[in-house]
Design a protein around this ligand. Sequence first.
Ligand SMILES: Nc1ncnc2c1ncn2[C@@H]1O[C@H](COP(=O)(O)OP(=O)(O)OP(=O)(O)O)[C@@H](O)[C@H]1O
Ligand SMILES: [Mg+2]
Length: 250
Amino acid sequence: MSDASQVLRLENVSVRRGETLVLDRLTLSLGAEVVALVGPSGSGKTTLLRVLLGLEAPTEGSVRIGEQLASKGGRVLVPCEERNVAMVFQDLALWPHLSVRGNLEYGLRARGVKPTTRAERTAQALRWVGLEGKESRRPHELSGGERQRVAIARALVLDPVALLLDEPLGSLDIALKEELLAVFATLFAERQLPVVYVTHDPHEAARIAQRIIVLERGQIAQQGTAAELGHAPATPFVEAFARALRSRDA
Ligand SMILES: Nc1ncnc2c1ncn2[C@@H]1O[C@H](COP(=O)(O)OP(=O)(O)OP(=O)(O)O)[C@@H](O)[C@H]1O
Ligand SMILES: [Mg+2]
């Protein structure tokens, strides 16, 4: 049975690394929505994104992207480069030797997109994030916030089926975070695609996502809106998370 509105589906996904079960029979289904993924360090958040991306095969269970069976029981069936799932890494991983334009065009070129179309789509993506006029700069000639914008434009220019972000605003100050969260919120709302947003910041999670998923020891400890988590926290971690949210709101 499949529900066409669900773009990403993990069923009973486990990842074992040596003695450790990093993901433990995780079942999760995502449609066009923004989900914040939170949880203690080492709880498996990055591993979950890597499995969705196809960088890593689940030891057990299956991953479906749309109608495609992408991974199953120890094997990656659809490789990373054929999934069209975009990722923004914490360190952004921009190409240092390429200009802003070069960074954006890189993936389009790899897909054989024609030069004129490449130029159009790159210009459009730069408008989305407000970086017009900076296309010739290299990453080191940009501010931290501008680099963050390049990373997200580079992900979205490929018109992905889903977007994964691993602590994309981790190192920025509060004012800049606020500014970029507003940019992200607008971009996500316009796109109508599944977005998985990993963060350690409760405020950021509540600000960006309708649904917050709390991962603990490779399992979903609890999920819901910020209000729902605050109302009936299921674990000490969720309780601390909700408390942090309240203290910031106060
Ligand atoms: N390449 C690796 N080889 C072996 N173990 C790893 C590897 N990468 C991560 N782990 C282990 O897998 C577990 C989950 O790691 P993961 O990076 O998914 O956690 P996380 O929730 O993203 O943590 P953080 O919030 O610190 O980023 C941890 O116990 C970690 O030590
Ligand atoms: Mg991580």
